[in-house]
Design a binder for this molecule. Structure first.
Ligand SMILES: [Ca+2]
Length: 392
């Protein structure tokens, strides 16, 4: 009865040998060469066909079989493209007839024609869209994010220059170029960020409007976000442009001013006049008590919380001060140090929007929170602020 114990290892050795032999003859990525009879048994390939849209993932330097496996373990995958000469695998989501086109060197295959044993422990996984299933110890699996769930955002006035079309890999960028008559500002990519959301790194602007001096010059259809502007010919800034008009209580002001953006205090005083002073503080997650260099460069996550300047009547004409650069008019004090902020202090302030983020509401200390004196007085620290300015 010990027969089977010795017999099976022999069979395994033979199989291993045959496999290795074919690998020697055929290119290691060439499954069809290695397994001339297998391919029709295991899955159905439609040669010279490729599905050119809805590519969830693109995997380079991979074999056909790995491509099939990656499809099985990737949520929403229904088919693959495989380009043998490029060793390039597309994991394809929903299929549409119109997107299946002729392409030399490409093979298309519906995943339903393959045995799902390829997926191993990941067979019947329930990973969410944007994820793939990964085997872990003890016969279990886990899900990790591998592509952007959403389709690419609308890209205006530009065309893709990706050789094989757009894809959604996490961390990868799709390359574009602007149409004739437009100039590209930024880097020519739309990237799938590591948290699975798209981010545009560029926009296209009409030649006549380049370089854009402010948010007004930037095409509105791109929506609110961070953009590069050139307030002077030599200065470039990344700023937050507010393109939307519905923002709760600020609707009227938003309409009145249309756009808001961050500029440096020095710049504000020379180039712009500030019409409305509300600067963006949301939740205290950003430290605003910083030195001169930080304020000169700007800081913070532009889309979450950032600082802006102001020119209240009282503060007009005063220089910007930080704790390490006292430009205020108080001869015996350092206003920035006393009120823990950075501002156009005189001696000292009626507003202190870069002051420390305190629990919103009444405060016991004098004037050292986020203060807007003419609205709430010196013993009230604001919850959130947002500064909006416009060109005059
Ligand atoms: Ca002083």
């Amino acid at each position: 009865m010990n027969f089977s114990l010795t017999f099976y290892p022999v069979i395994l050795l033979v199989l291993t040998f045959v496999w290795a032999f074919l690998e020697d003859v055929c290119d290691q990525n060439d499954y069809e060469c290695q397994h001339p009879n297998d391919i029709t048994v295991m899955g159905h390939l439609e040669n010279r066909k490729c599905h050119i849209s809805n590519i969830l993932r693109r995997i380079r330097q991979t074999t056909l079989l790995t491509c099939v496996k990656e499809c099985f373990i990737t949520s929403q995958c229904t088919a693959i493209n495989y380009r043998k000469n490029w060793s390039l695998c597309d994991v394809v989501g929903e299929i549409t007839d119109s997107a299946l086109v002729e392409e030399d060197g490409c093979s298309f295959s519906k995943i339903s024609t393959w045995p799902n044993s390829f997926a191993g422990v990941c067979t019947n996984h329930n990973c969410a869209a944007g994820q793939k299933c990964v085997k872990v110890d003890n016969g279990l699996y886990t899900c990790i994010t591998v592509y952007c769930d959403e389709e690419l955002p609308d890209i205006y006035d530009a065309v893709s220059i990706e050789t094989f079309g757009l894809y959604r890999n996490l961390g990868a960028g799709n390359k574009f170029k602007c149409n004739d008559g437009f100039v590209l500002v930024g880097r020519p990519f739309v990237i799938c960020t590591d948290y699975g959301k798209w981010k545009m790194l560029f926009y296209c602007i009409k030649q006549a409007l380049f370089p854009p001096r402010d948010c007004d010059d930037i095409p509105h259809h791109y929506g609110s976000g961070v953009y590069s502007i050139y307030p002077t010919t030599s200065a470039k800034f990344d700023v937050y442009c507010e393109m939307d008009t519905d923002d709760g209580d600020w609707t009227i002001k938003e309409k009145q001013f249309s756009f808001a953006y961050i500029v440096l205090p020095i710049l504000i005083e020379t180039t712009y006049q500030i019409e409305q002073v509300i600067q963006r503080r949301l939740d205290g997650s950003t430290d605003f008590y910083r030195g001169w260099a930080a304020y000169q460069d700007g800081f913070g996550n532009l889309t979450l919380e950032f600082w802006l300047g102001d020119s209240l009547t009282y503060h007009t004409g005063n220089m910007f001060s930080t704790h390490d650069r006292d430009n205020d008019k108080a001869a015996n004090h350092n206003c920035a140090g006393i009120y823990k902020g950075a501002w156009w202090y005189k001696s000292c302030h009626y507003s202190n929007l870069n002051g420390p983020y305190l629990p919103p509401g009444q405060i016991s200390s004098y004037a050292n929170g986020i203060i807007w004196e003419t609205w709430k007085g010196y013993y009230y620290s604001l919850k959130s602020t947002k500064l909006m300015i416009k060109k005059v």
